[in-house]
Design a protein around this ligand. Sequence first.
Ligand code: PLP
Length: 383
Amino acid sequence: MNKRIYLDHSATTPVRPEVLEAMHPYFTASFGNAGSIHAFGREARKAVDDARDQVAALLNADPREIVFTSGGTEADNLAILGAIEALPVNKRRIVTTSIEHHAVLHACERARLRLGAEVFVMPVGKDGIVDAEETMSHIDERTAIVSVMHANNEIGTIQPIEQIARACAERGVCFHTDAVQSVGRIPIDLRTLPVSFLALSGHKINAPKGIGACFARKGTEFAPQSVGGAQERDRRAGTENVAAIVGLGKACELARAGMAQESERIQRLRDRFETGIMIAIPGAHVNGTRDRRLPHLTNICFPGVEGESIILGLDMEGIAVSSGSACTSGSLEPSHVLLALGLDYEHAQSAVRFSLGRGTTGPDIDRAMAATTQLVRRLNRSL
Ligand code: PLP
């Protein structure tokens, strides 16, 4: 049996052994509630505080600006719904983009339906990049928040958030960025990048699923979206998931230490894979620009072949890839991101996302390349 190859790291990543080891005591001997005043509680509280420092260090933020959440989705929801709820009804306009994750798009839709917000969705170019100038031209006096993702989860394109965030800061408008895919992969410095909110998720950076954080800049008002206890300085009620928080902290510390080297290694492998596929399969093309994107993923159209058939065929060979967002897999609709780039249904249906990670090796890439080429040629007899 061949080794299984996992090329779906944009969907989720394995927990690193060091992360698991750091978490272990908080399931067993140090199981206290971080809100308790006795020694068990104090131990848990210290662990949560230390993890907050580690997350903040990765982003160059103040630890008090980190709110732990159950993941990226909750962080996106908290930023958007929280910011809108904190503002008067005549200042509830949201500007966002057509390629956001559904955690953002559906939060905007909820704000529209339940909080009377007006939502403006910016289109993107064929390259998968939103136009900063045009986005800024849609900010008016009613605009409460602008939400533009840092990097896209399906095609990896990096958005011009510095420019947009700066324009928002100058106009006193909140700016939120979903950085779930970029945190730990490319540097982010929140002392110089003037975002109001930033969402991140543990399971994309080798921490467990079900943990994440929302950076909320000091002085930015938002209404908590879960109420009850006073945890997270009254910003997110609920007993802290201490072990997972510790895991997230450790993963951030490890990412910070090894990011430059690992991103370079992964990018080399990704480029080798992409170039190999382009040479071997006539007509195959990469979706979105190849210039401004995350180092670890590529999204390729294989005209004349169903992406789904490639995913299933590769799965039979022990190679895991995906068609885009794991959250929408199973739906027959093509990706909203690829349609937003202007692809027609047929092309969008022929796309496959390959996303590499820490465990990916050169031989994995070569085997995936050979298997993909063989499979696509079998599925498209005209090649
Ligand atoms: N935002 C983006 C860009 C993502 O890729 C994902 C997960 O795929 C999320 C948000 C949701 O994060 P989580 O799975 O932690 O809720």
